[in-house]
Structure formats: C-alpha cells, structure tokens
Design a binder for this molecule. Sequence first.
Ligand SMILES: [Zn+2]
Length: 375
Amino acid sequence: MKKLFLIILSFCLMLFAVSCQKNAIPSMAGAIDAGNEEAQLVSDPLITDPNPINETQPTGSDNEAVSAPEADTGGNESDPTHTGPKDPYASIQNQSTGTTSPSAIEYLYEEEISEEEIARYASLIPDEYKTLSYYYPEKAKRYVKYNELNPGLGYGKSILYVNIGLDKPFYSNIKTITEPDRIDVLVNKYNKLPGSFSPRLVELPSELCAEGVGKQYLRRDAKEAFEKMHRDAKEFGLNITAFGTYRSIQVQNYIWDSKINSGRTIEDVDKLNSRGGHSEHHTGLAIDVIKNSYVVESTREFEWYKDNAHKYGFIIRYPKGKEHITGYQYEPWHLRYLGVELATSVYESSLTYEEYYALYIEPGMRSCFNAHPKP
Ligand SMILES: [Zn+2]
C-alpha cells in the first residue's frame, strides 16, 4: 500500500515539474508544444525565437527566428549616455563560428549568351510580350525555358517570374544591391545587401515596443510612421507594438552559422533562418508586430492593421499563399515600411512586393540606368 502511495506521489510530482517548466516561459509554452524545432530554438542562449510560425507549421520557412529580447538586455541597456543606435549583439560581431559562411555557398547561374542565341529564343516568344516594359531581351532563353517547364503559366507570368528570379533556386543567382538606402529596396533570397551596409537608425520609444524586448531601432521614416500608427490604433483600444526591428548582417551570419554548427543541414536552416544580407530586418524598415501573443491573426490589432497599415506606409510583406514567390511562409506579423504612396499601391494591387517590384519599379530603374550608363 505504502509502495503504491509512493508511486502515485512521484507521478504527481513529475506532472507538477513538467507544468512548472512550461509556466517558466509562458509566452513560449505553445511554441514549445509545437515540436522539436521550436524547443531547439528556445534553448539557444542567444536567441529566443519569437516566431510563431512553428506553432502552426513546424517545418515552415522564415526569416524571423532571430529577434532576441533576452540578448537585448545586455550591456547597452544600462548605458545612460547611449543616444544612438547600437547593435545589441555587438559582443558577438567578431566571433567566428568556423562555419562555411552563407556567401561561400552561393552559386551563380548567369551564363553568357550570344546575340544569335538571344534572337533565336526571342523568335519563340509572341511579339505582344516583347513590348512589355519588363521584357528584357537578354533573358529570352530563360523566359522560353521557364515557359516550357510551366506550360499553364503563360508568357506574361513566365517573364515576370523569371525577372523575379524564380527560374533559379532560392539563394542562387544572387545580386548585390547597389542602392541599399532606397526606401523601396527589395531584399530577398535573390537580392542581397552589401556586407558593409549599415543604415542610419533611431531608437523607438519604449511604449512602441513589446514588453521585455529591449531597445529597438528603425530608420527615422519608418519609426515616425510606426509611431503614428501606434497612436491612431490606441484610439481604438489597440496596442500595436514592435517585437523585433533592426538586426545587423553580422548577427544574422552568426545565427545562421550557429544553426549549421548545431548539426542541422543547410536546407533545414534555410527554412527557418535568413542568411546574412538577405533579411529585410537589416534595412531598418521592417517590424515584427506581436502583441504579447503568438497568435497574431486572432488579435483585434491584426484585424485593424491588415487593412490600415498601408495608410501609414506599411505592407504585410509575406502574404498567405505566396510562399513560392516570396520564399517565406505567411508572416502576418512582419510589416515592411515603403512610404504611404507605394505601400498603398502595393496593397491595392494585391501583389507580392516581388511581383510589384518586377512589374513597376525595376523597369523604371533599368531605363534610368540605361539612359545614364556609368562611364
Ligand atoms: Zn520579420
């Protein structure tokens, strides 16, 4: 009898211990339940992953996974003279993890193509497509090949998708962005910020930040727009706060390397973590908006900002069902600042920013470049 009592008692103690463990990090409890992936991220001493993506789709891709409120409570917090933006991870900037850096495993597909070959492939494309502002003759072969592989797509979309880069795997055929300070800059798995890029940032007032996330930084335009949105939303009793904002390229490299060093494959890590230089968070124009909850879509805040954020210059950058274009799963919490006019135009188009950029921004940039070629 005594033995039975002891067994029951130890079972109860075990249950209690498990319950305490979960309650120790209440905000992550749901995520831990989601599976090994999240548990691994949570146990990372540098990174407590706020990314709810694994809660619903454990194998999902993402470029978040890196905001680190705990790490933010480091040295910079107690510096009363701190006026400008500092990298909360400054102490790890120069650490080497001894991994193949992401840049070393990039590979290029661009091939030399003769004028004759261009003409031959161009002759296979119906004429009406060759007058499109986003038709680039030197890509004729890629357009034809992609159209052959995707016969139901039609030439209009084939041309658009090739221009985005989608005929090549993500993280291939990578271009280094030449004007990284532009508000409309496109940063994704094909377009990389230069390693030296460091935007001018301002600190967000603490009332704009989610509790416990430490200091957050954005570019001034984005900060002012976010402040206005936050204030207006307050009028409706809503609290839209920043959970994650600027993140340096070096930190992203470190995180990516650490994941690889932990024994995971490149494919696996790429699903969850952006490579250095490829995250929008480097621009100081991206904000992860989470209100102390990982279930963003069920919040009143989301209900409001999904149809109002563009009025302040923000878009939901990674829409639902567009993973094959953006390279990222649906991220209802990730807002990107573009300015009111452009954000409104993108919002009204219902296009991804990749599509919008390829259709309306890149052609203008190319014609401008061609009109004023570099000496
Ligand atoms: Zn984000």
